[in-house]
Design a protein around this ligand. Structure first.
Ligand code: MSP
Length: 517
């Protein structure tokens, strides 16, 4: 659509594995929320995710399963997609690095970089971490232990192609300094500059010969492209860069927001921008490195048997409750501790009590006093202003927080408005007004204020909890034209002309005792 602003948001592409846990859902739910929020605001927003299927690690796992790597990845990818369906994640495109189009892009990029002299052939002697698919020098890992995952490194010695990273170091540093928003949060940027760029970038080994499961270097059989050089440009291949797909580069490039976990920020803020500089492409607007969801005892891992399965949690509590918990409870920039107890508390207090009761009281009283239809003749009073103003200022406040992005604060701000609406009920006491026939017009206004506030809340909650947002608007019979971002510019627009019924509870309270049983 002409004149429509675009937004391009990405998540990392996941290593296909059958044990994707609640930590993995974190980025994807956040990116989905952002995509939905931008769409609500009228952007032409595009959101991609996918799977990172090549590399030594996958080849090894497939072998352990007595399968070919292709059979293995084909078997697990459907599980990854299912998880995103379960979490109600709506991506525009799911990229697999084994897709023919993606392979075409990688081969074209590799060839171009080689032909223009950024990639040269040499010999790799050094350390390699297979679980992280990451090269390390003796000086970076003097004890032979991976600085990221703390596992033992392997000695690697093979003929390989190298990328002249050092050539771009000064340009990258200057770019980071001129674009303070490029890497967020700030602390992660400083870490990259001080620990990696300033000590001097080493040339990066970008091909392997000791295994086969990767994109072949088409002009030098026997070499496969290093998995990170294969994975990072998925953000380009998705848009048809150097492949046969529809060319969406002009519409969406560069990405507005790339969400990644803190463990892979180095790849995304050093290798990735350098690849783009070498390809002469604009850099992403913002790369946000979020913290991890941890357990009290530390990391989640299959070997420790402490993996928290999001599918089980959704079965128990529902998709929206889990989405709310992840986005609200987790401090997006830093690490956060997961606890099911806290999840239950959030459901009971914020969802069942604050939001659920608000909708319940509003619909129940509208049914009781007005047979489900608010009369058009109403009596406004000065005490209505405060709630009105709070609602009118809410979209702007939430929008600012989403631009940071700070999902938890955005939800906290919406919930302050939920509390203010509950307080409005307590102060205006519709049950007392209902006893006095002379206060009928005033009662109508109170019920209108509540419904209109719930319309604002339902619209703004939608990107975070899509089913819940829709349910609220459906219960209030809000017409399509009053569900848009533009319809939030004024309070009092929605006529609520259709009768509504008393709602079912939005979120049933969770009895802790039952839960423990
Ligand atoms: N394949 C690479 C990404 C390539 S992107 C070009 C990869 N995959 S991964 O499956 O290991 O991780 C995917 C994402 O999940 C990463 O951003 C990682 O930080 C995130 N998380 C893994 N465990 C996590 C938590 N416990 N908490 C939050 N995020 C976590 O890395």
């Amino acid at each position: 659509m002409s004149g429509q602003k675009k937004f391009y948001v990405t998540t990392p592409i996941y290593y296909p594995s059958s044990d994707l846990h609640i930590g993995h859902t974190y980025t994807t739910v956040a990116a989905d929320t952002m995509n939905r929020f931008k769409k609500l605001q009228g952007y032409d927003s595009y959101f991609i995710t996918g799977t990172d299927e090549h590399g030594q690690k996958i080849e090894k796992i497939a072998l352990e399963h007595n399968m070919s790597p292709q059979e293995y990845v084909d078997g697990v990818v459907s599980g990854v997609k299912k998880l995103w369906d379960t979490m109600n994640v709506q991506y525009n495109q799911f990229i697999r690095t084994t897709d023919v189009d993606h392979i075409e892009t990688i081969q074209a990029i590799f060839r171009k970089l080689y032909e223009q002299g950024d990639i040269y052939k040499g010999k790799y002697e050094g350390l390699y971490c297979t679980p992280c698919e990451s090269f390390w020098t003796e000086s970076q890992a003097p004890d032979g232990i991976c600085p990221d995952c703390k596992r033992k490194l392997e000695q690697a010695s093979e003929e390989a192609y190298f990328f002249r990273m050092s050539k771009y170091a000064d340009r990258l540093l200057a770019y980071m300094e001129e674009h303070p928003d490029f890497i967020q949060p700030e602390a992660r940027k400083n870490e990259m500059i001080n620990n990696f760029i300033k000590p001097g970038l080493q040339d990066l080994c970008v091909s392997r010969t000791s295994f086969q499961w990767g994109v072949p270097v088409d002009f030098d059989p026997g070499h496969v492209v290093y998995v990170w050089i294969d994975a990072l440009p998925n953000y380009l291949s998705a848009l048809g860069y150097c492949n046969e797909k529809e060319d969406k580069m002009a519409s969406y490039w560069p990405p507005d927001l790339q969400l990644v976990g803190k463990d892979i920020i180095r790849f995304h803020t050093i290798y990735w921008p350098i690849i783009l500089m070498a390809l002469d492409l604009p850099l992403p607007e913002k790369i946000y490195g979020h913290g991890w969801i941890l357990l009290k005892e530390g990391k989640m891992s299959k070997s420790l048997g402490n993996v928290v399965d999001p599918v089980e949690l959704v079965k128990k509590y529902g998709t929206d409750a889990l989405r709310y918990y992840i986005l609200r409870e987790m401090n997006f920039g830093g690490d956060s501790a997961y606890s099911e107890d806290l999840l239950i508390s959030r459901i009971n207090s914020d969802l069942a009590n604050d939001l659920g009761n608000l909708l319940n009281r509003t619909t129940a009283m509208t049914v009781k006093y007005f047979d489900g239809q608010i009369p058009p003749v109403r009596e406004e009073r000065p005490e209505d202003e405060e709630l009105k103003e709070q609602m009118i200022s809410l979209p702007g406040k939430v929008s600012k927080l989403m631009d940071q992005p700070d999902f938890a604060k955005a939800l906290e701000t919406i919930w302050k408005a939920v509390s203010a609406t509950n307080k409005y009920i307590d102060e205006n006491k519709p049950w007392a007004l209902g006893k006095n026939p002379e206060e009928k017009d005033r009662l109508a206004q109170v019920m209108y204020q509540l419904s209109e506030s719930l319309r604002f809340l339902g619209i703004l909650i939608g990107p975070f909890m899509p089913e819940t947002g829709k349910k609220i608007l459906d219960y209030l019979n809000v017409e399509e034209e009053y569900r848009s971002w533009n319809s939030l510019h004024a309070f009092g627009l929605c006529p609520f002309e259709k009768r509504y019924d008393r709602c079912e509870p939005l979120f049933p309270r969770i009895e802790r005792k039952k839960e423990k049983e």
